[in-house]
Design a protein around this ligand. Sequence first.
Ligand SMILES: [Zn+2]
Ligand SMILES: [Zn+2]
Length: 227
Amino acid sequence: MVAETLWPTRCAVCDRPGTPLCPDCIASLPYIDSLLACPRCGAPFGRVQCTECNRVLLAAFGYEEPPYRQATSPLVLTEKVRRIVTVYKDQGERSLARPMASLMARATPPPWLDDDAVAFVPATAAARRRRGFDHAEHLARELSWLLDVDFAPLLATPRRLDQRRLGRAERIQNMREALRVLPGATVPDAVILVDDVCTTGSTLFAATEALKAQGARTIHALTFARA
Ligand SMILES: [Zn+2]
Ligand SMILES: [Zn+2]
């Protein structure tokens, strides 16, 4: 309570006191129009011809098509959106999980509500210690509640995730080695896989492959924003 008095909740974007994300800022975010987006990977203007998930491009990374059935995000990862993610993840404003998850829930295609579980891409142990929480886990828990789909922590904490110096193909290989299903976990048939952002897609690809290797047939990838 004392901390709240000294540091009242402020909007992550405009700094206005009162809510973690104010209505004006929510209204002005860069939403992806699902009618224009790629129906497969969610790229903002890929409806007719997607430059992100076509066979020629993916062949360079050893794929014919994305391993997930479909991916979507409510927002484009602009400066403003990146700020929300940073305030949430790195400044520890956990109350952003609810409004962030609400935007993700609104972008969730209705057929996904028939999936068996909401899972998440876990942070490394080091990142979790530094932040005091797992950002994707909190989003997944909120989404489980909002979508009324069971929450299931299916993936084990990755060993190493420093991707910064790697190209896309190396990232995918790196993530493939890092992401595994939790020992003893029963992976259901259809899973909504949650992460905060999708930049190269390599994390979602690897997490999807790990889940499919353990029996999942349909993965729907849901992120707050995508590059
Ligand atoms: Zn605001
Ligand atoms: Zn696409």
